[in-house]
Design a protein around this ligand. Structure first.
Ligand code: BTN
Length: 328
């Protein structure tokens, strides 16, 4: 690990060539030290061009997370948050789950996650400047048992944010994937600490694809899309994170009082597969075919099957659309 890696990357963020000599002068170190910092960046999967005689260059200009810009975008509620921006971490969820006594409304966003986690044991792929990855700690008086609809409520906050950015074609897939054109744009991973009857702490991890290189999108094992493709406007990631935190505050505060029930109609409105034929994949490898009927007050999916109305709770269960090749 080189302490200079991220300062050097910030210098290269303009997408222009900078010579090793100029960088060495800027940071008052030798060219070999700069080379080491670049080597570490490359080991993190960051593509950097090194051209003899010209220096180092990122493939394109990138925007870094900036604490003040995020706080400004949150607006009045910025005081609530303890916002931490990390350069490199295995996973923002894992990091917060391992900390002791984390304050309510602590948000950790990372420029790079080296072991990003998805639901059901999957890996979450992200890239510097091309993905938004963060986790938010929210403490509840109630216990984990009362939080069954939480991940769906968080999906509502994501949808409100995306709609405010004009991404009106975004949809939710139960329990909480965000899709555009049937491809995954964003995901939510919630991990819980605490007793079943309370109090409890949720680590709400969110990943949004911003501007992933084509080859990265193609290497992901499910249909994937990014905001750059889904939106006509260029979306600033600091503004996106601030707006998301604002909507999350509203949704989580209301969830604390009333649970998921207050969001149910809105959630159903966003659901890509409401009243659609689906396959439910169960943890034991079997699947159940049915027609999505509704979602219950606690976030459980109600599916009309050959055995009658069946209830599916999120956990390790996954939904697939029938006849669309959906593998998201
Ligand atoms: C999924 O759809 O499978 C959930 C993806 C969640 C990814 C985010 S990125 C920030 C946070 N840290 C992680 O390791 N995962 C979540």
């Amino acid at each position: 690990m080189s302490n200079l890696t991220f300062p050097v990357l910030q210098f290269l963020a303009d997408g222009q060539f900078h010579s090793g000599e100029a960088l060495a002068q800027q940071f008052k170190v030798t060219r070999a030290t700069i080379w080491n910092a670049i080597k570490h960046a490359k080991s993190l999967g960051i593509p950097i061009f090194s051209v003899p005689g010209r220096g180092y260059k990122l493939p394109q200009a990138i925007e870094f997370l900036d604490k003040n810009a995020v706080l400004n975008a949150i607006g009045e509620q910025r005081e609530w948050f303890n916002l931490i921006i990390l350069d490199e971490i295995a996973s923002t969820n894992t990091y917060l789950m391992q900390q002791k006594n984390v304050a309510h409304a602590t948000c950790v966003a990372a420029h790079i996650q080296t072991k990003g986690k998805g639901r059901r044991g999957r890996t979450w792929v992200s890239q510097l400047g091309a993905s938004l990855t963060f986790s938010l700690v929210w403490r509840f008086q109630c216990g984990a048992a009362a939080l069954s609809g939480l991940s769906l409520a968080v999906g509502v906050a994501l949808m409100r944010t995306l709609i405010s950015f004009g991404v009106n074609q975004a949809k939710l897939k139960w329990p909480n994937d965000v899709l555009v054109e049937g491809k995954k744009l964003a995901g939510i991973l919630i991990e819980l600490h605490g007793d079943l009857d309370g109090p409890s702490m949720a680590v709400i991890g969110i990943g949004v694809n911003l501007n992933l290189p084509k080859e990265v999108i193609e290497a992901i094992d499910q249909p994937t899309i990014d905001l750059n493709t889904a939106s006509n406007n260029t979306i600033n990631q600091n503004f996106l994170l601030g707006t998301l935190l604002k909507h999350l505050t509203e949704v989580l505060s209301r969830f604390e009082q009333f649970g998921f029930v207050g969001f149910r109609d809105e959630w159903v409105n966003y659901h890509a597969y409401h009243q659609q034929p689906v396959r439910m994949l169960l943890p034991n490898g079997t699947e159940v075919l049915g027609l999505v009927n509704n979602v219950a007050d606690d976030g459980i999916l109600l599916v009309e099957t050959s055995l009658g109305l069946q209830r599916f709770s999120a956990g390790e269960i996954s939904l697939r659309a029938v006849n669309t090749g959906d593998t998201a």
